[in-house]
Design a binder for this molecule. Structure first.
Ligand code: ADP
Ligand code: C5P
Ligand code: MG
Length: 234
């Protein structure tokens, strides 16, 4: 994977890895509701939402030299080379000023996953996986109405195939590391979000409330450490 990783590494300014941001990968088939649920999570929990697909579509619109290549890949439901997508993600993370990210629709294949880890040295805190049947995802995509060039039945079928062959193995990889939180995404939006909240809220408390103190004390005894830091006026 040498050259992809090396060139992306050279472009990284180092500050991102030093910040050790919290990253949650949001995965699931096309149309399962990743973007919809991420918008809710942002509102409730203060994450920055980065959709790899949205970043790629913005890159096409910006008239970048990669624009035509990206457009052709999206039209065919293919996965854009990791070098391109990772650079866009890195730039967006650095510019956001936040330290908590929902990375939606990435990693989409093994190459995406390995290159991101290698370049950024970031491992996800956990992976939200939205599970939904193809027929339901197809219905949702065909009525999405956002004028997307890939929301037609021919491209949708190709995207489903890529999801099964290339993206599900990434979910299985993280599952083997105990990082996957699977959610039944076939239910109404509000019900799905109740399940999302039950997963994200406890993790968020860890990140927000005790991160600083714990890193100083290297202790898991949150209450005692927290009380002590209050007592000492920190
Ligand atoms: P993804 O980002 O995973 O491709 P979106 O969030 O864009 O999916 O959702 C695809 C379409 O389905 C959108 O039109 C959205 O409004 C709709 N949608 C999302 N979640 C649900 C749900 N739980 N039930 C019904 N429709 C949904
Ligand atoms: O996630 P979303 O449905 O917006 O992705 C749309 C398309 O963008 C994908 O079908 C694929 O062509 C491209 N994409 C990619 N690599 C990613 C995410 C999206 O090539 N990691
Ligand atoms: Mg989306």
């Amino acid at each position: 994977m040498g050259s992809i990783v090396e060139s992306a590494k050279q472009d990284a300014n180092g500050s991102l890895a030093e910040k050790k941001p919290t990253v949650v990968f949001v995965l699931g088939g096309p149309g399962c509701g990743k973007g919809t649920q991420c918008a809710n999570i942002v509102e409730h929990f203060g994450y920055t939402h980065l959709s790899a697909g949205d970043l790629l579509r913005a890159e096409i619109k910006s008239g970048s030299e990669n624009g035509t290549m990206i457009q052709n890949m999206i039209k065919e439901g293919k996965i854009v080379p990791s070098e391109v997508t990772i650079k866009l993600l890195q730039k967006a993370m650095e510019e956001s000023g936040n330290d908590k990210f929902l990375i939606d629709g990435f990693p989409r294949n093994e190459e995406n996953r390995a290159a991101f880890e290698e370049v950024t040295k970031i491992e996800p805190a956990f992976v939200l996986f939205f599970d939904c049947a193809e027929e339901e995802m197809e219905r949702r995509l065909l009525s999405r109405n956002q004028g997307r060039e890939d929301d037609n039945i021919e491209t949708i079928r190709k995207r489903f195939k890529v999801f099964l062959e290339s993206s599900l193995p990434v979910v299985e990889y993280y599952d083997s590391k105990g990082k996957v939180r699977k959610i039944d995404a076939a239910r109404p939006i509000g019900e799905v979000f109740e399940s999302v909240k039950a997963i994200v809220a406890p993790q968020n408390e860890k990140v927000k409330g005790y991160g600083r103190v714990l890193s100083l004390e290297e202790s898991e005894d949150c209450d005692i450490v927290h009380l002590r830091s209050m007592f000492e006026g920190k």
